[in-house]
Design a protein around this ligand. Structure first.
Ligand code: ADP
Ligand code: ADP
Length: 222
């Protein structure tokens, strides 16, 4: 999977310019950390990559094809965890994931659900109703739905919010494993989440790219 972003800008209908002239190349396998303070434009960039918002200017190519012309095929290769992900509180973990697998059009839904439950280590909670889960467990369900169907490109918006230190370590390992053969993009405002595991960091601030390079290069600069 190769994503090429060229001179991308995005202005919200209220006139707020959230992204300005972003150019980036992302290629799998890679674990890319998107860093920046709240309001920097991280979620906006991710929503454009999920084709959940429309760019004001510029282009996004997925494996050489314009994303907008190729959206359905592209979304099948994509797993996304939005920043505020609504879970269906009354469903069990298993039912919810089966429902998400059906929405994604997966054929063997039981098998797909079993695979992601094991990825996020929630097998013992499969029959628990979502409303009974802790914050960290809910976040794991959100991550599990993104992993359904073995997507080649994973986009996680602030995936470690609400996790305790032990869970953070578990997820760093999970992201590293996923990135062995996929493109994984994760956003955070906490540098410790990304500096040890990501092979590439992108810092954005006020909608512009301020840095793009390895964690070592970023540390040398600061
Ligand atoms: P981050 O994810 O880095 O916190 P966002 O992409 O959510 O940043 O926001 C970037 C900027 O765009 C912020 O100034 C934010 O207030 C603004 N913004 C986000 N969503 C909207 C929206 N729906 N309408 C108007 N402005 C928005
Ligand atoms: P919002 O601005 O309301 O957070 P988003 O643009 O983040 O909306 O996405 C809208 C909804 O579509 C989200 O709830 C998200 O779960 C869903 N969605 C879109 N594309 C995908 C995808 N590839 N994988 C999972 N969910 C997706």
């Amino acid at each position: 999977m190769k994503i090429s972003i060229n001179s991308l800008s995005m202005t919200y209908p209220n006139g707020k310019q959230a992204l300005q002239d972003i150019s980036l190349e992302l290629e799998s396998p890679s674990l890319v950390g998107l860093l920046g303070p709240n309001g920097a434009g991280k979620s906006t960039l991710m929503k454009l990559l999920v084709a959940g918002l429309t760019e004001s200017a510029g282009t996004i190519l997925a494996d050489g094809a314009p994303l907008r012309k190729n959206e359905t095929a592209y979304k099948r290769r994509l797993g996304y965890l939005p920043q505020s992900f609504g879970l269906y509180d009354e469903l069990t973990v298993e039912r919810f994931l089966e429902y998400m697998a059906a929405l994604k059009g997966l054929h063997d839904q039981k098998k797909a659900v079993q695979a992601v439950l094991s990825d996020v280590n929630l097998e013992e909670k499969r029959r628990a109703r979502i409303r009974t889960l802790s914050g960290g467990q809910r976040q794991r369900v959100g991550i599990a739905q993104a992993l359904l169907g073995e997507p080649r490109f994973l986009i996680f918006d602030e995936p470690t919010v609400g996790l305790d230190p032990e869970e953070r370590i578990h997820f760093r390992n999970l992201f590293s494993r996923a990135a062995q053969d996929k493109l994984v993009l994760l956003s955070t405002h906490i540098i410790e989440d990304v500096q040890s595991v990501c092979n590439r960091l992108i810092v954005i601030h006020h909608g512009r790219i301020r840095f793009s390079g390895t964690p070592q290069e970023l540390i040398r600069m600061t």
